[in-house]
Design a protein around this ligand. Structure first.
Ligand code: F6P
Length: 305
């Protein structure tokens, strides 16, 4: 998200427009936690994960009263447009500001879950996948040497984008995601088949929205008798220095959002379609479900044989 903040600030300044930031997301607008964002403020932040503006989940902004207070603060501070970086909740808030008050807003998709429609990639997803991949690669050494089954739980809230991408990249023997029904008995059968073919270790990647890694590990060791371990990656996936891909994506989307807002567009979210920059109405983005590519899950199975 820092790369996107940098993109917004420097693109707007380049067009002679002053930029302010609010700490703690919508809560910061309600509480008027405003700071000037100058070119120097965003210097050296492109390599840092998270957001220099910090963030929060705001209960008061969900109430009409809180949003009115936010609008008052925006107006009193002379704010003429708002760029919101975030996931589903953040974009829903942006749509409300646009629909209820006609306030100019532009959304930027930021979520490691990658579950936002209207863009192929959300800021943070690639970094999260690469963190998960590094964990898979490291764990594989123990799995191989000790001939064990490892179950690795990754984030993703209600979807399996991180699990599928990291699992495919890491050569996982199975990937379990919430979008597709799975059978643990079938997974145990294929582990046995692999064992019979001489493959004595395996890695199963499970998305947090599908099952708990600890439960799967228990089931597998009880059913097969193989030695198994589990690992929950958790918030490791949300931090650390962003990948080159995420930095470029953040800067491009941030600058594009600023330029689009300054050109008079509103109520949209910017994104990428392949490598092309695009922008879609927030109504479309928030009413469309983004789904995983089932072909990738099939490929995991084919590759595991
Ligand atoms: O939406 C991003 C995400 O990291 C999910 O993948 C995860 O389920 C959730 O946030 C964790 O939220 P929290 O940090 O509040 O526990």
């Amino acid at each position: 998200m820092n790369a996107a903040i940098r993109g917004v600030v420097r693109a707007a300044l380049g067009r002679g427009v002053e930029v302010k930031g609010f700490y703690h997301g919508y809560q910061g607008i309600v509480d008027n936690e405003i700071i000037p964002l100058e070119s120097i403020t965003v210097g050296g932040i492109i390599s840092r994960g998270g957001t220099i503006l910090r963030t929060a989940r705001s209960k008061s902004f969900m109430e009409a009263e809180g949003r009115k207070k936010a609008l008052r603060n925006l107006t009193e501070n002379g704010i003429e447009g708002l760029i919101i970086i975030g996931g589903d909740g953040s974009l829903t808030g942006a749509r409300k500001m646009h629909e209820e008050f006609g306030f100019p807003v532009m959304g930027v998709p930021g979520s490691i879950d990658n579950d936002i429609s209207g863009t192929d990639m959300c800021i943070g997803f690639d970094t999260a996948v690469n963190v998960a991949l590094e964990a898979i690669d490291r764990v594989r050494d123990t799995a191989y040497s000790h001939e064990r089954v490892f179950v690795i739980e990754v984030m993703g809230r209600h979807n399996g984008f991180i699990a599928l991408e990291a699992g495919l990249a890491g050569g996982a023997e199975a990937v379990i995601i919430p979008e597709v029904p799975y059978s643990l008995l079938q997974i145990c059968d294929s582990l046995r088949n692999m064992y019979d073919r001489g493959k004595r270790s395996s890695i199963i990647v499970v998305a947090e929205g599908a099952a708990r890694a600890s439960d799967i590990k228990e089931f597998i060791s009880r059913t097969t008798g193989y030695e198994a371990r589990y690992l929950v990656l958790g918030h490791m996936q949300r931090g650390g220095s962003p990948t080159a891909f995420d930095r470029v994506l953040g800067v491009r989307l941030g600058a594009f959002a600023a330029n689009r807002l300054l050109s008079g567009f509103s109520g949209e979210m910017v994104g990428v379609d392949g490598t092309k920059l695009v922008s879609h109405p927030l109504t479309y983005v928030l009413s469309t479900q983004r789904t995983v590519d089932p072909e990738k899950l099939l490929l995991v199975d084919v590759m595991a044989k």
